[in-house]
Ligand binder design. Structure first.
Ligand code: NAD
Length: 487
């Protein structure tokens, strides 16, 4: 394996101090294939120290007023925003995503996560009911739970980590977070800003390392009563198993196999570019990406022709080039896995209409060992094929035809996942009808990825347990108590 000259070496952040680790793992730059960073390979000992620091900080942090915490979160948002370009460059290098995506989506959203929860924590009200005949008033009160364990994936590293840290600390919890071992750099950079923002030592602790060592140590720690996890369904099953003996509170945001349903009255001029974006944005490495496109038969051929032409316009290459639309996949192994799905589909008789590997000679010399793949469109795939059933999590999407509304609802629901769906039609009645019957935590009609963070986010079936959002995260990160007063 190639080692670049000056390796970046990360340290854990525990109790407000950077702490070196006794062993490290290599982290690759996906667009060059070089090791460029060393990430602590933390285990039980480091998690123990971080949980202790978080426990020690809890009494002070939880007793601050929501307004005091809100001001600190806003300050942290300002500091990240001030360094937006440095964060975006780091995220792009670490994850392989394009610099444009990091600049316009990942880091602005990380900033907004802190601002959003800084605001929403000021506006919650608890419940109150009266029982006049009994002379009683009931009300609820909410309090932070304690030390929250936060585990996040590699696809939207700082974006998803801050989507957990912000509500957890806004509610008064202290946290021990473990980012993905493949994308740890921006979390480490954020730690450098915490003191300046006024976050007291021990409120945010970050332990870097693998899921099986650092992640499981956190999940199994008796002093961590809640775990918020975003990642794969397989890992979630393991986390649920490991945390069961402690009866931990779990929030699980997992994978998807998201359908787009395109009726013959859809506005294709809007639908086609949006569906290309929903299939290939961030190399298809977003849990909400479309990977099964159902097109009504009458417009199937026209759709396919225009969709493939649009997909071919997306340029794949050096992620730091702002004219690129698609960067590198996260790892060599992941690229192999994604390409194997395409091979399996071909072996089953499906047609690959565009995409697959990038000719290394077409890439700049420094990127020829990077993990690149073109936006890939597959047609005539059977519903039972693994390409239509399993999450591929890469720049691959399948297009198939359907005839009736009833049929497409059944087929769209015919997978184990239920995260997100899109419906394209100009018939308002149909749009509502179909949205109601889809087994999906999120349904976008005539658009994709338009989010109001106030509202619940999350999946049904194997896509998760629980929801995130202003009210949902508040409820997850607080313990409720019902108090009855007889007067
Ligand atoms: P992953 O499950 O492999 O890893 C996620 C995190 O869990 C990482 O930090 C990893 O180190 C840790 N982990 C792994 N094994 C663990 C264990 N035994 N105990 C504790 N922690 C463990 O997922 P990934 O490959 O990093 O991310 C891709 C997956 O995440 C996809 O399935 C994608 O759909 C999903 N995802 C879901 C959402 C959502 O909001 N629903 C958002 C983004 C990604």
């Amino acid at each position: 394996m190639a080692h670049s000259k000056a390796l970046l070496v990360l340290e854990n952040f525990i109790g407000g101090t950077f702490v070196p680790c006794s062993s490290y793992i290599d982290s690759y730059n996906p667009s060059t294939g070089d090791v460029y960073c060393r990430v602590p390979d933390s285990g039980k000992e480091e998690v123990e120290a971080a949980v202790k620091a978080a426990k020690d900080a809890f009494p002070i942090w939880s007793s601050k007023s929501p307004l005091e915490r809100s001001q600190i979160l806003n300050k942290l948002a300002d500091l990240i925003e001030h360094d937006l370009e440095a964060f975006a460059q780091a995220e792009s290098k670490d994850q392989g995503k394009t610099i444009t995506f990091a600049r316009t989506v990942d880091i602005p959203r990380a900033v907004y996560n802190f601002r959003f929860f800084a605001s929403s924590i000021l506006h919650h009200v608890t419940e109150c009911t009266e029982m006049p005949t009994m002379g009683c008033v009931h009300y609820t009160s909410r309090a932070p739970v304690g030390v929250a364990g936060l585990i996040s994936p590699w696809n939207l590293p700082l974006y998803l980590l801050t989507w957990k840290i912000a509500p957890a600390i806004a509610c008064g919890n202290t946290v021990v977070a473990k980012p993905s071992e493949m994308t740890s750099v921006t979390a480490w950079m954020m730690c450098k800003l915490l003191e300046k923002a006024g976050v007291p030592a021990g409120v945010v602790n970050i332990v870097f390392g693998t899921g099986t060592k650092a992640g499981e140590a956190l999940v199994c720690h008796p002093d961590v009563p809640l775990i918020s996890f975003t990642g794969s369904t397989l890992t979630a099953q393991r986390i649920a198993e490991k945390s069961a003996p402690h009866c931990k509170r779990l929030s699980l945001e997992l994978g998807g196999k998201n359908p787009a349903i395109i009726f013959n009255d859809a506005d294709l001029s809007q639908c086609i570019p949006t569906t290309v974006r929903s299939s290939f944005a961030n190399q298809g490495e977003i849990c909400l990406c479309t990977s099964r496109i159902f097109v009504q038969r009458e417009i199937y051929n026209e759709f396919l022709k225009r969709f493939v032409a649009e997909a071919k316009k997306w340029k794949t290459g050096n992620p730091s080039d702002p004219t690129m639309d698609v960067g590198a996949l996260i790892s060599k192994e992941h690229l192999q896995k994604v390409r194997n799905y395409v091979k399996k589909a071909q072996a089953e008789g499906a047609r690959v209409l565009c995409g697959e590997g990038v000719d290394p000679l077409a890439l700049p010399p420094g990127n020829q060992k990077g993990y690149f793949m073109l936006p890939t469109v597959i047609a005539e795939v059977k519903d039972e094929s693994c390409c239509m059933q399993e999450e591929i999590f890469g720049p691959v999407t399948c297009v198939v035809a359907f005839d009736t509304e009833e049929e497409v609802i059944r087929r769209a629901n015919g997978v184990k996942y239920g995260l997100a769906a899109t419906v394209w039609s100009s018939n308002v009645g149909r749009v509502h009808r179909v949205a109601h019957r889809l087994q999906s935590g999120l349904v976008w009609t005539n658009c994709w990825l338009v989010r109001d963070l106030n509202l619940p986010f999350g999946g049904m079936k194997a896509s998760g347990i629980g929801r995130e959002g202003a009210k949902d995260s508040y409820e997850f990160f607080t313990e409720v108590k019902t108090i009855t007063i007889k007067h």
